[in-house]
Ligand binder design. Sequence first.
Ligand SMILES: NC(=O)c1ccc[n+]([C@@H]2O[C@H](COP(=O)([O-])OP(=O)(O)OC[C@H]3O[C@@H](n4cnc5c(N)ncnc54)[C@H](O)[C@@H]3O)[C@@H](O)[C@H]2O)c1
Length: 266
Amino acid sequence: MNAEAEFSGRVVLVAGAARGIGLACAEAFAARGATVALADIADEGLDDAAARLSATTTAANSSHQVDLGDAAAGTGLVAEIIAAHGRIDILVNAAGLLMTRPFLELEPAEWDRVNGVNARGGVFLAQATARQMVAQGSGGRIVLVASLVARRPVRLDNVAYSASKAAILQAATCMALELAPHQITVNVVSPGSTATEMLLEDQLGGGADARERALQGDLATWRLGVPLGRLAEPADQAAATVFLAGDGARHITGQELIVDGGQAVV
Ligand SMILES: NC(=O)c1ccc[n+]([C@@H]2O[C@H](COP(=O)([O-])OP(=O)(O)OC[C@H]3O[C@@H](n4cnc5c(N)ncnc54)[C@H](O)[C@@H]3O)[C@@H](O)[C@H]2O)c1
């Protein structure tokens, strides 16, 4: 198979595409011939990402500003993509909001925002996309990005975020069952520690030693080290996503692919 053309003629919606793992996914699909619709809440980052992509591809990519925390965000976004491209073949949701707080101080509003973006936002974006795919009648691929913390508490102060990722994981399994008759697969990529701003700045507070602290683990706050001895790069998560969206994964649905350098086995 010609890797360059693997996704030629297909439209991929990537949410959370302004930076990090979502941007790496957008780049990976574009490099394989897809037309990519980039969506994110971050207006400025989105423009940069779209410009960067346009410099490396000839496809008519598009960018769409959206807050997945809005109840109607999924429906509105899908309508925009259809207006721009006429169809959606693949959805990747890499948008995610991390908000850490010690459990004893967690506020209902923080729980609502994190779960509103990560869990409800992801589910209803998948629903809006799946409705469109069903109408198109030619199947589809949905890849939702959860996290290693859906199953195990890697760090302290992370109740709301971890629960939101567990919700996505189980929701994806249920979606896979209901969408199978329509030849729409639904799978999850669960990243372990990945070298993005979310990890190095938001979780570890930045600094020259942030990578090393993530690698070694720390009993006080950061429970796991990484057995393979390196942090994942966004491209590692994109590779798993491309696989699950590709022809080689046509018989895989309702699965979680954990990309974590062995963190889950310690
Ligand atoms: N980096 C890690 O170590 C790691 C580990 C496990 C899971 N994840 C998950 O991977 C995904 C990508 O994370 P990342 O590390 O690239 O983080 P990131 O913060 O670099 O990127 C997340 C993107 O989501 C966007 N976003 C946030 N809230 C949004 C909203 N309400 N509506 C639309 N877009 C919104 C952000 O603007 C950003 O561009 C997330 O779902 C995250 O939870 C990351």
